[in-house]
Design a binder for this molecule. Sequence first.
Ligand code: GCO
Length: 255
Amino acid sequence: MSTALFDLRGRTALVTGSSRGLGNAMARGLAEAGAAVVLNGSDPERLAAAAADLRAAGHDACEACFDVTDEAAITAAFRRLDTTGVAVDILVNNAGIQLRRPMVELATEDWRRVLEINLTSAFVIGREAARRMIPRGRGKIINIGSLTSDAARATVAPYTVAKGGIKMLTRAMTAEWAEHGIQANAIGPGYMLTDMNRALVDNPAFDAWVKGRTPSRRWGRPEELIGAAVFLASAASDYVNGQIIYVDGGMLAVL
Ligand code: GCO
């Protein structure tokens, strides 16, 4: 079997929320598979440092600094890419936040903010990318879901609803864009060792629960998403559409 199926040379990937964490790991993995990467984040210094790190490792990396909830900034960023001849072949909608609070204590504004960042941004950025992918007749969209795309945990309702929406947005994208040569799929990370989960990792009871509930008996590492990301970004997945691949150590597969 040829590894050419997974070769991303000549392709450009935009990864939102890629200054650190899962987004940065996936961006690095896509670059190692040959893609040019456009990193995104809302903190200019952190983003520039992350892009510089990738360039220092010999990769073609630049940055597009915008807030994923700012539609004007999103369209301006895509216009800048257009004028500099950068065509986004692969979009990874990764940006997201977590907010852990019981619903009865949750302000509606906080609910809206999580849904805006974790779900609506994927629609807006996906629409901008698809408007450019459709005339080219090809494109890859990878939306980052979660275990909570399929199962709920108490105190993370807006995140859960947003990630459930990510799964169905992926299918909606498939329904409208597959005929144009675009494959839209999702990755559902399990409990990963990220800054967002630091409080959980450092909580002995939660740490024990994750290890007991996960058949692999451990947390996942951000770089363990790279395989699924390269697969869904490459020709190897040209007939895969509307799917969500769980990289969760088996957690969702068992009671
Ligand atoms: C939480 C965690 C989870 C994980 C991940 C699981 O508070 O339960 O943040 O949401 O981060 O999303 O797939």
